[in-house]
Design a protein around this ligand. Structure first.
Ligand code: SF4
Ligand code: SF4
Ligand code: SF4
Length: 184
C-alpha cells in the first residue's frame, strides 16, 4: 500500500481580507526570540500586498527557498489590471526582492506553519484573522511508492539473466555519464 504524507495548506480568500495585518503581527511575534517578545511585521512570514487602485489586499505567505530568479515568470490580470510577476510569488531569498528576508541578517524567512504550536491549534495567522480570510487545512496524500530493495534485486536478477551483468553495468555507466553531462 502507498505511504501517505501530511500536506499542510493555508487557503487565502482575498475577497474577505480587509488588510488589518493582524496576521503579520502575530506571525512576527510567534517567531520572535523570546516568543511573543516583540512585534515586527518586517520579520513576518506572511505579507499583505495592497492594490491602492481597487483597495484590495492580497496576503502571501513565504514558500520555498530559491537562490536564483526563476526563468518563466507569470503575469496576473485581475479585473483588467496587470500585476507584477513577483507579487504573488512565495519564493524566499530570491535576489529579485527583499520580501521574505530577515531585515538584519537577510536570511530567508520561510513559513513553517507555526510548527511549535499545539497539535490541535491552527497556525497563528489563521487564529488571529478576524474574518476567516485564512483557512488552514491538513490532509493526507499518497506518496509515490519507492521501490523496495528486494523488488529492485528481483528486477536486476531478471535483467542480468536476460542480458548479462556486463551489459547492465555498461548501460548504467553510459546513463550516469549522460546525466552528468546534462547537469553541466
Ligand atoms: S520572486 Fe519573482 S523572480 Fe523570484 S522566483 Fe518569484 S517570480 Fe521569480
Ligand atoms: S502559518 Fe505561522 S509561520 Fe506561516 S505565515 Fe502563518 S503565522 Fe507565519
Ligand atoms: S488578519 Fe485576515 S483580514 Fe487581516 S490582513 Fe491578515 S488575512 Fe487579511
Amino acid at each position: 500500500m502507498a505511504e501517505k504524507k501530511t500536506v499542510k495548506v493555508i487557503t487565502v480568500n482575498v475577497d474577505l481580507c480587509h488588510g488589518c495585518r493582524a496576521c503579520e503581527a502575530a506571525c512576527s511575534a510567534f517567531h520572535a526570540d523570546p516568543k511573543y517578545g516583540i512585534v515586527n511585521p518586517a520579520r513576518s512570514r506572511i505579507k499583505v500586498h495592497w492594490d491602492p487602485l481597487r483597495n484590495l489586499f492580497f496576503p502571501v505567505y513565504a514558500g520555498p527557498y530559491t537562490n536564483a530568479e526563476c526563468m518563466g515568470r507569470e503575469k496576473y490580470i485581475i479585473d483588467e489590471k496587470e500585476y507584477d510577476e513577483c507579487m504573488f510569488c512565495r519564493a524566499t531569498a530570491c535576489p529579485s526582492r527583499d520580501l521574505f528576508k530577515e531585515p538584519d541578517s537577510k536570511l530567508p524567512l520561510k513559513c513553517d506553519m507555526c510548527e511549535e504550536r499545539e497539535p490541535d491549534e491552527d497556525p497563528l495567522c489563521v487564529q488571529v484573522c478576524p474574518i476567516d480570510a485564512l483557512v488552514f487545512e491538513e490532509r493526507e496524500e499518497e506518496m509515490e511508492e519507492e521501490p523496495k530493495v528486494d523488488e529492485l534485486e528481483t528486477s536486476l536478477d531478471y535483467l542480468a539473466n536476460k542480458f548479462g551483468w556486463e551489459k547492465i553495468l555498461e548501460t548504467a555507466y553510459k546513463l550516469s555519464e549522460a546525466r552528468k553531462e546534462e547537469a553541466v
